[in-house]
Structures are given as structure tokens and as C-alpha cells.
Design a protein around this ligand. Sequence first.
Ligand code: IVH
Length: 672
Amino acid sequence: MSVQEEIQRLRELIRYHNYRYHVLDAPEISDAEYDALFQRLKALEAEHPELITPDSPTQRVGGAVLERFEKVRHPRPILSLANVFSEEELRAWEERNRKLLPDGTPLEYVVEPKIDGLTVVLTYVNGVFTQGATRGDGEVGEDVTANLRTVRQVPLRIPVTGTEPPPARLVVRGEAYMALADFEAFNRRQEERGEKTFANPRNAAAGSLRQLDPTITASRPLRLYTYAIVDADGVEITRQWDVLEYLKRMGFPVADGCELCPDLDAVMKMYRVWESERDTLAYEIDGVVIKINDLRVQDALGYVGKDPRGAVAFKFPARQAATKLLAVGINVGRTGTLNPYAILEPVRLGGVTIKQATLHNFDDIARKDIRVGDTVILQRAGDVIPQVVGPVESLRDGDEQPITPPTHCPVCGEPVYRAEDEVAYYCVNASCPAQLVRKVEHFASRGAMDIVGFGSRLAEQFVEAGLLHDVADFYCLTKEQILSLEGFADKSAENLLAAIEASKNRPLQRLLTALGIRHVGSIVAGILADHFGSIDALMAATEEELQQVPGLGPYTARAVVEFFASPSNRAVIEKLRRAGVRLADVRAEAPAGPQPLAGKTFVITGTLPTMSREEATEYIRAHGGKVTDSVSAKTDYLVVGASPGGTKYNRAVQLGIPMIDEEALRRMAEGG
Ligand code: IVH
């Protein structure tokens, strides 16, 4: 497809989604996806300015007015804001302004959060709320007075504070939005009732405000904050900072954390503060708004199109971007799973350049109909691995190639296998080198056999050199063999041998974790170790016996039996035995004295200050408690560390399960 054609297609697409969003109230894509398309168009136009036409969506702000609400002409145009995305662009904005202003004009700024909601314009006559409108196209909006009356943060009458009477006529501008927790609860409720759910708080707020029946709006958790005066009879305010103060005095909600900054350095500081707090706020913000404090200076600067020069939105790095899917690669996992990943035309997203992203599995690819050659939407939340959300089907030109699951392992060439009830494809060749690298890496990792210093780089090196054919080969390595590898000297070889030797004596739970049996992570390994006490007892167990063990499910039982049924796995166990690796726990005498945690079940989430997950598990067990993997009604306590997992945490909140930190756990265990 030529650039000209792509630009044309993008414009049509953006116009279509504008219509869905602004006119029909039924967006088909998220705002972030829309932004990604818009940014792509802008980038192409920037590269080819000769192709820009006045009707391009980048050249116009706003959308059409809905027919079903009364139209309201705004007393003054309700302007939009230009965006900047970097410090350089911000400084260039100031420079442009300075050139238009008399030399030496002092420039102070007010920095406000840019809450992701929708603009509303509220009119008060003699202190009484008379009209509320949406922005519409900036000149004419929709009358949503009855709906806005239901928003509790909208004052129906300006409260008398002090001696200052409200002006005869006051028009304020603000943002209607939904807080994150409200949004999630609202969406859950909608889902339970089988009603429409929303992609994000912004869509939910917009959909809620544009309801024809105000009782529906009343049942939606809308909120408001205000940030500008559109019109105020007889009120002389010349600074944005005073606007915010005045609005607060008049009883309007103003966002917390607005800041007066003497220069752009201070502005940058505030930007970084907001950015770092972005994920902890009660509401979603997509950037900060920076306004010249002196409103007369703002007025003097005038407009470019519909954007005032005196204020600008400094947007946070996008969490979504559009780019081309060039090819699909396949990673071989430790258990032989063949994991597809996307090889992408490099694109900047959230401050880093992304060339690869996960594609989950082949079912997911088929369900989303992702094809090689597609323009795809990428998503990155926080520091999470980027994912391919899906293709932009309307940008296809017919040359895209469907993606088919592999028939052979890309590394060893053996045919692949797929279990009926699973989505993953497997390479079942036990000696597949790619799997072996992952297995060896896992065996040596912390929480498993903990062979200090042996990471993924060494795993590859040792397997490639033919020194490790299975995990038991660790215990057959000689100093000469290690010294034959690049990067090893006497001392480092000895250190490695010592680390391997030390690993022979790990508790059974660690060994069971290290073997990499499917569905057996450290928690399940602990249950198995507790119940059976030795590898021999575990190997002798039948599937039925395993299923009887509390905390084990049928999949795990089957996986354990299958693992030990394999002759090659049994050979590995025998090799470990001959090498002197501990295969059984020395059962401690039933502990004397009281066991303060007896009968209590714990779940651990997040990073604890002084104990690893495994240590905490052992600690709880040693004091009589039980540790399980997921939160249920049977959980007594959730032990919470730093960066807790959302699922466990939220479930515990829902079920009202008490949460404790490491210190409280220790107090409890020591009988305090
Ligand atoms: S000032 C000329 N301040 O962002 C004044 N806008 O991208 C222009 N927004 O349409 C608006 N928080 O809906 C302003 N503190 C804030 C804002 C804010 C959110 C929204 C508003 C505006 C859009 C511009």
C-alpha cells in the first residue's frame, strides 16, 4: 500500500470512529487505540507534509452535535488544547510564546492534572445552576442539565461562603469523569445484569452523561472537577491560580495537587511527580495541563486554530501504539510449550522502543485473526511486557498472511503435540536443546536448587557445549570440563563446583520445584513434600492417591504421574541419587511446644521485606500453619508485601480477609 493510500485509509477510519464516538455514543475502539491511529496519521503527515489536506482529522478539532438533546450555544468558544509529548516540545512551546510577547514578560505556570473525562460547561444565574452542557463542537454543545443535576459534585446553588456573593452570571468549565474504583464496580454491575460494559472510565462517563433518562445518569457514579471560568459578570480575575481559588470558594470541586510553578524546571518536576503517581491515583489521568498563570498574557497570545497558545497538555507516554507485524517467532519453553511472539516494525511506546511482543498462544491469534503484515495495536501497561491487542482489519490490503500453528518444533524439528484440553502446542522431544536450556536454567534458579551464579547465559553455554544433557549432569561436571569453556578461570570454576555441591542438600520441596513438573510450582511442591516426604514415596503414588491429597487438583495429579512414568525422567532421578542429591526430607520430630499458626491458612503476595516467598512458606509451616496458592473463603490471612498481585489482593478485599505484613506474621508466629 502506498503512503498516500495509507493516509487516506487512516483518515476514513478516524472519521468513522469520530462518528461512532461523538455522534452515536457507541465507540468501537478504546480511546488509546484511537489515539494510536491518530498518532500514526500525524507521523505519516509529518513525514509527507505535501499530503496534508484541510479536511484531514488532524486539521480539525471536535465532532458533530447530537440531535437528540437540545442544542446550547456556548457564550464563548470552548477551546481545546494542543499536546506536547516531551520536555523539548514543552520548551519549544515556551520559546514560541516568548517570541510573540514583549521582552522580559514574566512567565509563571499552573500545572493541573489532566483527568480523562469529558468537558462540561455549567451556568449559574444568581448562584443557581441553570444549565449544563457538553462541549459539542466547541461552539454548540448538548443540553444535559437534567443529567448534570444528578451529579453530586455539581452544586445546585452556590453556597454562601464568607461575604462574597456569587456573580449575577457565572459560567464554569470542568471535567465530568468516573473514578477508577467506581468504574470497576459499575462495570461489574453492568456485567452481572447482562448490560453493556465500557472499555475505560472515560467512555463510561461519556455514555452516562449522554443518557436521555436522567434516572439512569443518577445511578452512575459520575464526578466533576472544575478548572476554568468561561464567563463571570463583574468578577475581575487575572490569574489562573486565582481562578482555582475562586472556584473553590464558590463551592466547586478543584483537583488536588494543582501547583503554581515559577518556571519550566518546576513544571517538569511536577510532570514527573504526576507521572510517577499515575498508577496510584483514584482516577485516570493522561497527562498534565500547563497554563500560563497570567490570563492577560494568555489572552494576548491568542489561538492557533482552536487551541489557545497560552496553555498546553503535556501527555504521558502512550500505552498503546500501532505498528506492523513483520513475522511470528516461536519460543520453546521449559515444558516444551511453543510460545508465539510478534516480531514488529520498531515503535516507541511508553518511552522504550519495542520490537517484540507476546502473542499468548495460537488459539488467541486465531480468535483475534492476527495476520503477518497486519497493522496491529500494541499495549503496554506499567512495566508489563508488551502485548498485541489485535489487528486493525480495515488497514489490510490483502497481502496479509494468516498465521498457522507449527507442525514441527522450530529448534529440534520433531513433530509437535497438542493435548485436547489445552491451548498450548508442545515439543515433546525430551532432548530438544531449547527445552533443555530452559530446564537447566529453571533447575538452577533461586527457589529451586539455587545454584548460585548459574543463570540463563551459562545455561545456554553449557548445553551448547554438550556438558549438560539433563539436569542431573550438573552433578557429573568436572573442573576440567568447566575450564574448557570460555570465560572460566580456576577460581570461577571452583566457585561453581562449590555452588553445585551446596545444592545437593536442598529440602525436598526445592528439588520437586526444580524438576519442572507441569503444574508443580513451589507451593504444590511443598504440599507434595509434606505429604510424601521422599521422592520414592511420591513416585510410588497413583493418580487416585495424589488426587486425595488436600490442595491437589486432577491436572496436577495426572502431571505428576506422567512425569514419573517417563523412563528418561526416572533415569534422571537415579542419576541424582547416585550423585548424592538429597531425595527425602529428614522428618523433624513433631515439634514440641505450641504451634501458634496451627489450623490457619495463609496466602502470600508481593515481596516481603526480609524473607523470600519460599522462606516465608517454610516459616509458616514450621510454626504449624498452611500456605496455599490462591485466596478463597478458607484463607485466614493474606500476607502482603511490596507490589502485591492484583488478583489475590482484590479477592481478599472482596472476601474481607484480613491482610497482614511480615512483621505481623512474625508476631503471630512467635505467639505474640
Ligand atoms: S483546560 C483553554 N484543564 O483536556 C482551556 N482541560 O485535551 C482548555 N482537561 O477539552 C482546557 N483536565 O476536557 C483544561 N485541568 C484541565 C483539564 C482539561 C482535563 C480536558 C478538557 C479538554 C481536554 C484537552
